[in-house]
Design a protein around this ligand. Structure first.
Ligand code: 6MZ
Length: 324
């Protein structure tokens, strides 16, 4: 039996992060920093705000609105983006695809929210080795007009930094009404990633989205439990973004050892290992996720290097900007 790859070795790998929600990726340290700043101003943060490590999917979804309050102002959003980018780079990430839901706040329009992030990416990209691209999220709770507005921002963007659109949010809610909007984005060469089969319900939605054939699937935790979905995945080979710690904390997989990752890897489906919401998931990082994959699935250093390479191959990096 070979030794698992150590955390130190995992840290040195040139990693690619494809599934990181901005507001879920804000570290506990940055949340503390923002709470301190906001203590001196008027933003409405519940007085009983406590950052709790969630232990179920429901708790995760209760935390988001609280954290999102902290990034309602441009200056705070800037701090959050810069800290998240710095933390990923310090962990050895060379390419980051950050995703976020554009929000209209008291202080910014949706477009201004996106512009603050793009400006931070541009500024830091000059100084850093890590490349960062942005994916705009549609939240399942939104209506079609809101989704269209987000898609329009991505389609009209001429910075080359917005490379995709994704669908996320509470997985219990059906997202198929967004398919025409997603198709429009796809026609403009934006990459499309869909959170799919994160819970066992919604089999019709899963089927409709498999037929739509997104470029990537987020989580896909329950896909392997249905033989028809497995048959379609074998044919279409849609890449999966798998978030080991997130799945176990949300209790959609019992243990990492029981994750769906090896099932799909053995079938030759392209896999990216990702963090999802590192701030909410025990302040985890991508190196630890790689180490866990090595410990639980017996992956060698070569296997992990191949996952880094595959992740870049399935990234949306070259969707709108061919220069690296
Ligand atoms: C589904 C998730 C998610 O967009 O404000 N989000 N959606 N499943 C998950 N797994 C646990 N984790 C995060 O980041 C927070 C938003 O990302 C989505 C949710 O819509 C959440 O409101 P932004 O930067």
């Amino acid at each position: 039996m070979t030794q698992p790859v150590s955390l130190g070795e995992c840290k040195k790998l040139e990693k690619v992060e494809l599934h990181a929600h901005l507001n879920g990726s804000i570290s506990i340290a940055t949340i503390g920093k923002l709470l301190k700043i906001e203590g001196r101003s008027n933003i409405v943060i519940p007085t009983d705000f406590v950052l709790k490590q969630p232990t179920t999917m429901e708790e995760v979804f209760k935390m988001f609105p609280l954290i999102q309050k902290l990034t309602e102002k441009p200056e705070n959003l800037r701090i959050a983006v810069e800290d998240v980018m710095r933390e990923f780079e310090e962990d050895g990430v060379v390419y980051l695809e950050l995703r976020t839901t554009p929000k209209c706040t008291e202080f910014m329009s949706k477009k201004e929210y996106v512009d603050v992030i793009l400006e931070a990416i541009r500024r830091l990209e000059d100084r850093r080795k890590m490349k960062t691209r942005l994916i705009l999220s549609i939240d399942r709770r939104q209506n079609i007009e809101e989704a269209e507005e987000t898609a329009k921002i991505a389609i009209d963007d001429d910075s080359g930094l917005i490379v995709g659109i994704e669908l996320s949010g509470n997985p219990i809610l059906d997202g198929t009404k967004f398919i025409p909007t997603l198709q429009k984005a796809r026609n403009s060469n934006l990459g499309i990633s869909i959170h799919l089969a994160e819970v066992e319900e919604n089999t019709q939605e899963i089927m409709d989205f498999l037929i739509f054939r997104p470029d990537r699937i987020g989580h896909g935790t329950f896909l392997h439990k249905n033989s028809e979905f497995v048959r379609i995945m074998r044919d279409l080979r849609i890449p999966l973004e798998i978030c080991l710690t997130s799945n176990t904390l949300c209790k959609t997989t019992k243990t990492i050892a029981e994750s769906h990752l090896p099932f799909w890897k053995d079938l030759g489906i392209p896999i990216a290992i990702c963090t999802d919401d590192k701030g909410l998931m025990n302040d985890c990082n991508l190196s630890e996720e790689f180490e866990k994959a090595s410990v639980n699935f017996g992956f060698s250093k070569r296997d992990l290097e191949n996952i880094c390479k595959t992740s870049f191959d399935i990234s949306f990096f070259s969707r709108r900007d061919k220069k690296l």
